[in-house]
Design a protein. Structure first.
Length: 451
């Protein structure tokens, strides 16, 4: 029996909410064509490693419109986890809960994007939130949340889809003590990708803002001749889009007060998860790649990002793979495209990334320390669903190995129906982990108890 067939049997046989037996050491990491499964072959412990040199050709498979139907969580259902782990509801009744950020005192700030507000969840003894308080409201699709300075914050920064603001903050605040100050008055908003994540450099000197593209693959961006391109890139950056894609598909950097804003890295179609590894200061982007090239193209990804890097959108992907919809337009960019570190199955729709510090009495096993988790929200552009789960990203001494492992699954009911879609992640002070679910409008708490 092939490994991916065995995994499908294990997942299908497990009762709702059950812990799944770990994958044996004898099972190989899924690579090549075997790595391209779907929700029926997902199960905690399944490991995959996709590589840029083994991806299929464009249009090797059909491109499907397969929007999920969100249904009520079945009676008794809960996410599937590995032995020793369990997932319980921490908070419910939220309005599109998305990005989460842990305050230094242990409060959890969460963007209720559908409700246009930022809320504060304060944990209590047990596995639930004692209080959920509105910190501030009236936002335009809020998403990113970042505290500044990191150790003793005086401000909490919040991104709208078209601006960045900040509020005065001191430890323990559950309501804004003063009005919002505008940090960046205007960034491109709305369009195809509305999320705007935030992060600060380890030394606090730079504010990073992720801005997704306004389209799938810049279909309506007018052509420029080589001289026009040269002039444009001299002002912006190599590979930067123009017209309606100006300052989009980028990571921007600015001073903490919003001044000196510029493009930090570009060609990143939709960096919905912007995070910094606290162990080494690496800036990471977790990215939704382009659609309509087939079920298994183009892989989504998480990657370390440095100043001046270009990731190909819209002309190329995963190095010098040229998008056929822009064939021959930018030969000057061939060989100048960075290859991402960790590739996920196409149309997984990865969102927030969180690094695990194994702190607190309820910490996960030691081998989780220093690794990362990513929430996969799931997408519409695949005939058989993938995503709708949380995965563990394997790192060795802070560097990605390229492997990722299913950690929390079970949100898909059938080919048509799903009852949960993970979005945000946050490690609590006791070592447990929160997972926001904007389909069920709940936050799950994952805990570990050794036998």
């Amino acid at each position: 029996m092939k490994p991916h067939v065995l995994f499908a049997v294990v997942a299908a046989a497990a009762p709702l909410g059950a812990s799944i037996a770990p994958v044996s050491a004898a099972e190989a990491v899924l690579t090549g064509p075997a790595a391209y499964g779907d929700y029926t072959s997902d199960a905690p412990g399944v490991r995959r490693h996709l590589a840029a040199d083994t991806i299929p050709a464009p249009f090797a498979s059909s491109s499907s419109r397969n929007n999920p139907k969100v249904v009520k969580r079945p009676e008794g259902a809960s996410p599937k986890t590995l032995p020793g782990f369990s997932a319980t509801v921490f908070a419910s009744g939220l309005l599109g809960p998305r990005h989460m950020s842990l305050a230094p005192n242990g409060d959890i700030f969460i963007a209720e994007s559908n409700g246009g507000k930022i809320s504060v969840m304060r944990p209590k003894a047990g596995n639930t939130a004692a209080d959920i308080t509105t910190f501030a409201d009236g936002f335009n699709q809020p998403f990113g949340i970042a505290f500044y300075p990191a150790k003793d914050p005086k401000w909490v920064y919040i991104s709208n889809t078209d601006s960045v603001v900040r509020y005065p903050y001191k430890a323990g605040d559950t309501k804004a003590s003063g009005p919002a100050q505008v940090v960046i008055a205007k960034i491109p908003g709305g369009g195809g990708h509305w999320t705007r994540d935030l992060a600060f450099s380890p030394d606090g000197s730079k504010l990073f803002v992720a801005v997704g593209s306004g389209s799938n693959v810049a279909e309506d961006m007018p052509k420029k001749n080589p001289d026009e391109i040269k002039k444009w890139e001299a002002e912006y950056m190599r590979g930067a889009g123009w017209a309606g894609e100006t300052y989009r598909a980028v990571v921007l950097s600015a001073d903490p007060d919003g001044k000196n804003m510029k493009i930090y890295a570009d060609g990143i179609r939709n960096c919905s998860g912007l995070s910094v590894n606290p162990r080494n200061g690496d800036l990471w982007c977790t990215t939704n790649e382009r659609d309509l090239l087939g079920d298994n193209l183009v892989p989504d990804y998480s990657t370390r990002v440095k100043a001046g890097q270009f990731y190909g959108w819209p002309w190329y992907y995963l190095g010098s793979h040229e998008d056929p919809r822009h064939a021959g337009e930018r030969p000057d960019l061939a060989g100048k495209v960075s290859v991402p570190d960790v590739l996920y199955q196409s149309h997984s729709a990865p969102l927030q990334m969180s690094f695990y510090n194994a702190a607190g009495a309820g910490a996960f096993p030691k081998d989780y320390d220093g690794e990362a988790f990513v929430a996969l929200h799931g997408s519409w552009n695949r005939s058989k669903r993938t995503g709708y789960k949380v995965v563990r990203v394997h790192l060795k001494n802070g560097a990605p190995t390229g492997e990722y492992e299913d950690f929390m699954t079970g949100f898909v009911n059938s080919d048509a129906d799903v009852w949960g879609r993970p979005v945000g992640l946050a490690e609590m002070a006791d070592g447990s982990m929160l997972v926001s679910d904007d389909a069920g409008n709940v936050v799950w708490r994952v805990t570990y108890k050794s036998k």
